[in-house]
Design a binder for this molecule. Structure first.
Ligand SMILES: [Fe+2]
Ligand SMILES: [Fe+2]
Length: 265
């Protein structure tokens, strides 16, 4: 496969999901930052894009492994089921466990290491935001997605077009992404100090895995599910001769049209 430098990193992972592991290893954000081209993403990290392309090419020459399911080829009903059963269940199980660890570590070691107290504050805000976020997806957005996936006529949504709540959800992904970057910085890339106790190491391992899972989760929503859902709604709108092409870009990428402050999720 010929890789194009102007393809976005999100598109590259949609084409071949296993490439996410290579982007993770370079610290390249392919979920919230997935709208950047490969060149832009490499420039932001000070990496030579040809180095990344060489590794991606070598990876692409290998046969796809069985874990590497292409989520862009399933119905979006199946995709939201998968997101709920895999990533949302993981968060519901893992966030309380990590909250316990982060709090204990901040109490035990925070006096000599004030960054651990800061980490606890950032994590608590992240946890509250993400718990509310997945509840909104499960109770509000995903039921609309399921409704749309079986509709032959354009459904009437109280939120207007489905792109409206999706913009709010993407903006929340950006906020969660910022918090994860802060946690990575505060922990020196989740690197344990030499004298770290077992609980401290378990906390860092858990936070690192949380970041990896969140990247995969947000990629599936931002780069696969949401564009497919908006395209499906557009097809039904076109049948009525109504305008299509609503933007799902968020404020960080130049918000188009309606103010999201008017949308209550
Ligand atoms: Fe989600
Ligand atoms: Fe989400």
């Amino acid at each position: 496969m010929t890789l194009k430098l102007n393809q976005t990193v999100g598109e590259l992972v949609v084409e071949r999901p296993g490439r996410s592991r290579i982007f993770e290893s370079f610290g390249i954000d392919y979920c919230c930052g997935g709208r950047k081209s490969l060149v832009e993403a490499c420039a932001a990290k000070g990496i030579d894009p040809q180095t990344v392309i060489g590794i991606l090419d070598a990876f692409d020459d290998r046969p796809a492994d069985r874990q590497e399911r292409s989520w862009s080829k399933v119905s979006f009903w199946e995709l939201v089921d998968h997101i709920e059963h895999t990533h949302h269940q993981y968060l519901k199980r893992e966030l309380p466990r990590l909250a316990f660890l982060v709090t204990k570590v901040a109490r035990s070691h925070g006096e000599g290491h004030p960054h651990l107290v800061e980490l606890q504050k950032v994590f608590e805000t992240f946890k509250t935001g993400v718990e509310l976020h997945i509840a909104k997806e499960e109770k509000i957005l995903f039921p609309l997605v399921r409704q749309l996936s079986v509709a032959h006529e354009l459904p009437h949504f109280p939120c207007g077009q489905i792109a409206n709540p999706i913009r709010v959800i993407i903006a929340e992904h950006d906020e969660a992404g910022d918090a994860m970057k802060k946690m990575r910085d505060l922990t020196n890339g989740y690197l344990p100090p030499d004298d770290a106790c077992g609980r401290y190491r378990a906390m860092l391992e858990g936070l690192k895995e949380l970041e990896r899972d969140m990247h995969e989760h947000v990629h599936k929503e931002n780069s696969i599910l949401f564009p497919a859902v908006v395209a499906a709604e557009d097809r039904l709108r076109a049948l009525h001769g109504w305008p299509v092409g609503a933007s799902i870009q968020t404020a960080q990428n130049g918000r188009g049209g309606q103010s999201d402050s008017e949308i209550v999720l």
